[in-house]
Design a protein around this ligand. Structure first.
Ligand code: GDP
Length: 319
C-alpha cells in the first residue's frame, strides 16, 4: 500500500516513523515542509527535514524532539565566547549536516537530491521529499514586532508575540519538488500528520498543485490539538490569537474539503458527531505518541481506518 505523509517537524516525524515501522507492507513517502528553512552562519538550515530524517534514521534526540542524540555543542560554545549568536541551538553533529548540505547546494545540487543522498547515507528506506526545491519562507505577522521570519518568531522570541497573519514568501513561484505530485497521485492514502496546521502543513498545501491533488484522493488528518492544547509548540495559541477555539473541530474546518477522515484523540470524543455530520469519517483513539510502539500502533490504526466504509455516513459537505 502506498502511503504519503505530509509532515512538519516533531509531530510529523513521529507519525512518519510509525508508518516507516509498517514497511515493507507500506511503501512510504514523506513530503516535508521547508517554509521553516533559513540561512544562519551562511549555512542552509532545514529544521523540519532534519527532524524527519533524524527520527527515521534513529538519530533524533528523544528529549528535545529536535537535533541529534548524543550531541555536543563545542562549536556553538566557542562561537558564544567570540560574541557570536547562540540563540539557535546547533549541535556539532547537526552542524555537519548543514555544512555538507550547503556545500552540495552551492555546487548546484537540488535540495531533493541532497536529501535523497543523505537518506541513503543514514539508511532510511522511506522516500523523503522537500515540498519544493525552490525557497519558500514562512513569515509571521505579530502585533508586537510586525513581520518576523519564522525562526525569529519561533526560537528567538519563543513564540511569545501575538500572531495576526502568515505569509509564505516565494510560494507563487515555488514548484513542487520532483516526485511530490507523482507520490500524491499514486498514493492509496495521504496522511496529514499531527503537525502545526498553520505553519507546518499550510505551506505544503500551498505549493502549486498539491491541494487539488489531495482533494481527489483519500486523505486522513491526525489532529495535533488534544483537549484544546498542543503536545508541543504554538498551534493552539495561534488558533486562539486568530479568534478560533482550538479543537479537533477547528482542525477539521481548517482542512475541510481535503479530508476523507480525521483522527482525533479519545479525550475529544465529544467532537465526533459534529465532525461526522459534515461527512468526514472520524476515528477517536489515543493519538499521543510517547514511544516507538505508540507511533507504530497509531499508524496501523490509521491504515485500518482508511479501509472503513460506512454506508450511513452523511454526504460530504463543507462546514
Ligand atoms: P515543529 O515544526 O517541530 O513544531 O513540529 P510539527 O508542526 O510537526 O509539530 C507540532 C505539533 O505536533 C503540535 O501542534 C503538537 O501538538 C503536535 N504533536 C506533537 N506530538 C504529538 C503526538 O504525539 N500526538 C499528536 N496528536 N500530536 C502531536
Amino acid at each position: 500500500m502506498k502511503v504519503t505523509v505530509l509532515a512538519g517537524g516533531v509531530g510529523g516525524a513521529k507519525l512518519a516513523h510509525g508508518f516507516a515501522l509498517c514497511q515493507p507492507d507500506v511503501c512510504l513517502t514523506v513530503i516535508v515542509n521547508t517554509g521553516d528553512d533559513f540561512e544562519h552562519f551562511g549555512l542552509r538550515i532545514c529544521p523540519d527535514l532534519d527532524t524527519v530524517c533524524y527520527t527515521l534514521a534513529g538519530l533524533a534526540n528523544p528529549q528535545t524532539g529536535w537535533g541529534r542524540k548524543d550531541e555536543t555543542f563545542e562549536v556553538l560554545q566557542s562561537i558564544g565566547e567570540l560574541g557570536g549568536p547562540t540563540w539557535f541551538r546547533l549541535g556539532d553533529k547537526d552542524l555537519a549536516t548543514h555544512l555538507e548540505r550547503t556545500r552540495r547546494l552551492r555546487e548546484g545540487q537540488r535540495l531533493s537530491e541532497v536529501v535523497n543522498e543523505f537518506c541513503r547515507g543514514w539508511g532510511i528506506r522511506a522516500r523523503v521529499l522537500p515540498m519544493s526545491d525552490d525557497p519558500v519562507r514562512t513569515m509571521v505577522k505579530t502585533r508586537e514586532y510586525g513581520w518576523l521570519g519564522f525562526q525569529d518568531y519561533f526560537v528567538r522570541h519563543a513564540c511569545q508575540p501575538t500572531v495576526q497573519e502568515f505569509a509564505f514568501e516565494g510560494i507563487e513561484q515555488a514548484l513542487p519538488a520532483a516526485g511530490v505530485l507523482e507520490a500524491l497521485e499514486s498514493s492509496d492514502l495521504i496522511v496529514i500528520a499531527p503537525s502545526n496546521p498553520w505553519v507546518s502543513i499550510q505551506p505544503i498545501l500551498s505549493v502549486r498543485g498539491v491541494a487539488s491533488l489531495i482533494q481527489s484522493k483519500k486523505a486522513i488528518a491526525v489532529s495535533p490539538i488534544i483537549q484544546g492544547q498542543t503536545i508541543k509548540g504554538p498551534a493552539a495559541k495561534m488558533y486562539r490569537e486568530l479568534g478560533i477555539e482550538p479543537s479537533p473541530l477547528a482542525v477539521a474546518q481548517h482542512y475541510d474539503a481535503l479530508l476523507w477522515g480525521l483522527v482525533i484523540d479519545e479525550f475529544d470524543r465529544g467532537f465526533e458527531s459534529t465532525i461526522k455530520s459534515s461527512g468526514i469519517m472520524v476515528l477517536s483513539t489515543n493519538t499521543i505518541m510517547h514511544n516507538e510502539q505508540d507511533r507504530h500502533i497509531l499508524a496501523k490504526k490509521i491504515l485500518a481506518f482508511s479501509k472503513d466504509s460506512n454506508p450511513n455516513q452523511p454526504q460530504r459537505r463543507e462546514f
